[in-house]
Design a protein around this ligand. Structure first.
Ligand code: AMP
Length: 213
């Protein structure tokens, strides 16, 4: 059983790296942001509660986040373990998490602010299948269309310069202290998130001592 947390500022590749890692090792990828986006897209009651907060780049309240994560983990569909990204994002969430789960490692994807801005402002998302594109590194073949399902590509509501600035502030003030908590327990591996996704993934596996897929 392997349980990992992936942390990093927006645009650092949390979703991509969690996806690659979970696929290779049969782990379940849990993305709290994706769960919320699903609810917003499907106009659920939860979606209505979080839509404005997300669009402003602010953090959703802890009670709501903990309920969503708790429900998701209680599904116990993770026979070989899980990779959770986007959680915990502050000290209280970290304590809640560590009370119930022992973790094997925290992957910190490190990215300088100017690279964060460049990536995030060029990010596009498929409205139909959720596939993520970047107009710098992996452009869709047809502009504005998803290569996989043909859906419309849009900018995430929270990928604006204003929302990004808010998220960077939130990250610095609230999420960095979480890393410090995990560092004290010696869980954290630091990975340079600037290279291409495969190189970053290789480095993650090397640092975690994971050899086979
Ligand atoms: P992400 O896709 O991880 O960047 O998350 C998108 C948005 O969902 C964030 O900007 C927050 O508004 C919300 N969110 C995701 N995870 C959390 C969390 N652990 N705590 C609070 N809000 C969250």
């Amino acid at each position: 059983m392997r349980k990992y947390v992936v942390m990093g500022v927006q645009g650092s590749g949390k979703g991509t790296q969690s996806g690659l890692l979970s696929k290779a090792f049969d782990l379940v990828h849990i993305s709290v942001g994706d769960i919320f986006r699903w609810h917003v897209q499907h106009h659920t009651k939860l979606g209505a509660q979080v839509r404005r907060i997300m669009a402003a780049g602010e953090l959703v309240g802890d009670d709501l986040v903990e309920a969503v994560v708790g429900d998701r983990l209680r599904m116990h569909d993770w026979n070989y373990g899980f990779v959770i990204d986007g959680f915990p994002r502050n000290g209280r969430q970290a304590e809640f998490f560590l009370e119930s789960y022992d973790i094997d490692g925290v992957i910190h994807l490190d990215l300088p602010d100017e690279e964060v801005r460049r990536r995030v402002l060029n990010r596009r998302l498929c409205t139909r299948c959720g596939m993520d594109y970047n107009l710098i590194a992996d452009r869709p073949e047809v502009e504005g269309r998803c290569d996989v399902c043909g859906g419309d590509l849009v900018t995430r509501a929270d990928d604006t310069p204003e929302a990004l600035a808010a998220r960077l502030r939130e990250y610095r003030s609230k999420t960095r202290p979480v890393l410090d908590i995990f560092r004290r327990k010696e869980y954290v591996v630091n990975v340079d998130a600037r290279p291409d996704p495969d190189t970053v993934q290789r480095e993650i596996r090397k640092q975690l001592g994971l050899t086979s897929g």
